[in-house]
Design a protein around this ligand. Structure first.
Ligand SMILES: Nc1ncnc2c1ncn2[C@@H]1O[C@H](COP(=O)(O)OP(=O)(O)OP(=O)(O)O)[C@@H](O)[C@H]1O
Ligand code: NI
Length: 319
């Protein structure tokens, strides 16, 4: 399977003005590294406000003006410049945006889904394809002439998913596709991702819903205080969680069945307030002296990755 997306050491920050003319760099995402292969679903799990949408927007070159982006984003091994991102988006790579507000309220659904076309012939072709895909997603012909406000939440979601698929993308980035949907529509949406994967598409599923992630993802990356602290395989989230590596991931897993799961529980140091050592130091049961002083790197352990000093010498060193 070919590697589609490489996000290497990406940091995203904003300039924050403090007193007077003083300013400081407010880091939202630090040193983020992940990859997505063909026919794979990688979920990124993070709490609200942890920078998930910023990550998606960085890949598509649509970050807000005041954001600073560092690091490298590659597609099929080639580093993407801002210009490349603009050329490739909506074609080989497609975004399923978090908000249905991405739909234009004043434009009929089918027109905005098809987008601008060069000529009548192209428009006809695209219209036909749009109908086919919409049909697969249970959106009948009556939807074409509707405006966004006439759609239910589930229909609007399906419009965003099918619009993303219109260009036959190789890579799909789905930003929080499930909140606000009823259980049945959640399962439907997740099934769409499974079908994309079966068709060889690579999917980056950005979510704060661990149940959704576990339902469909092959691997799951866990955000903590703007760092990816572990990328685990789905099957590691089983038994006593003994195959999970980072103490935070272990704690999350243990909280799952008992508490109905709350990712935001406990205080995650955010942005400016991260101490110089490991961001999880204060809450960690496995902490050592070095963890207070230095920040651990993301250690590559084959199919998994972890950011924790316990594993710097390999898997056997952890507990
Ligand atoms: N234009 C901006 N200027 C300054 N700070 C910003 C800006 N946009 C986002 N941020 C900061 O970045 C943080 C992360 O935003 P982002 O939308 O990526 O979070 P998220 O993980 O997608 O959250 P949610 O789960 O609510 O969708 C925000 O909490 C905010 O502090
Ligand atoms: Ni978001």
């Amino acid at each position: 399977m070919e590697k589609l997306l490489d996000v290497e050491n990406v940091s995203i920050s904003f300039i924050q003005y403090t007193q007077g003319l003083n300013q400081r760099d407010l880091k939202v995402i630090t040193d983020l590294t992940l990859d997505v292969f063909e026919g794979e679903i990688l979920a990124i799990l993070g709490s609200s406000g942890s920078g998930k949408s910023l990550l998606a927007h960085a890949i598509f070159g649509i970050l807000p003006e005041n954001a600073n982006l560092n690091g490298t984003i590659k597609y099929k091994g080639k580093e993407l410049s801002q210009k490349d991102k603009e050329e490739i988006r909506g074609k080989e790579i497609a975004l399923i945006p978090q908000s249905v507000n991405f739909l234009d309220p004043l434009m009929k659904i089918s027109d905005q889904s098809i987008g601008q076309t060069e000529n009548e012939e192209e428009k006809k072709e695209k219209k036909q394809k749009q109908r086919e895909i919409f049909e697969q997603y249970n959106l009948g012909p009556e939807v074409d002439d509707m405006y966004p406000f006439q759609l239910s939440g589930g229909m609007a979601r399906r419009v965003l998913v099918s619009t993303a698929l219109l260009s036959n993308p190789k890579l799909v980035v789905a930003d929080e596709p499930t909140p606000g949907l009823d259980q049945k529509t959640v399962m439907e949406t997740l099934n769409h991702f499974k079908h994309m994967k079966e068709d060889g598409v690579g999917v980056l599923l950005i979510t704060h819903d661990i149940h959704a992630a576990l339902e469909v993802a092959d691997r799951i990356g866990i955000f903590y205080s703007g760092y990816v602290i572990e990328i685990a395989e789905n099957k590691d989230f089983s038994g006593n969680g003994e195959n999970l590596l980072h103490p935070y991931t272990k704690a999350l897993y243990k909280a799952l069945p008992a508490n109905g799961f709350e990712l935001t529980e406990g205080h995650q140091p955010l942005h400016g307030e991260i101490p110089k050592g490991c961001p999880y130091y204060d809450r960690c049961e496995m902490r050592m002296g070095i963890c207070k002083e230095e920040r651990p790197e993301l250690t590559d352990l084959g199919n998994k990755k972890v950011r924790c000093f316990k594993y710097e010498g390999g898997l056997k060193n952890g507990t």
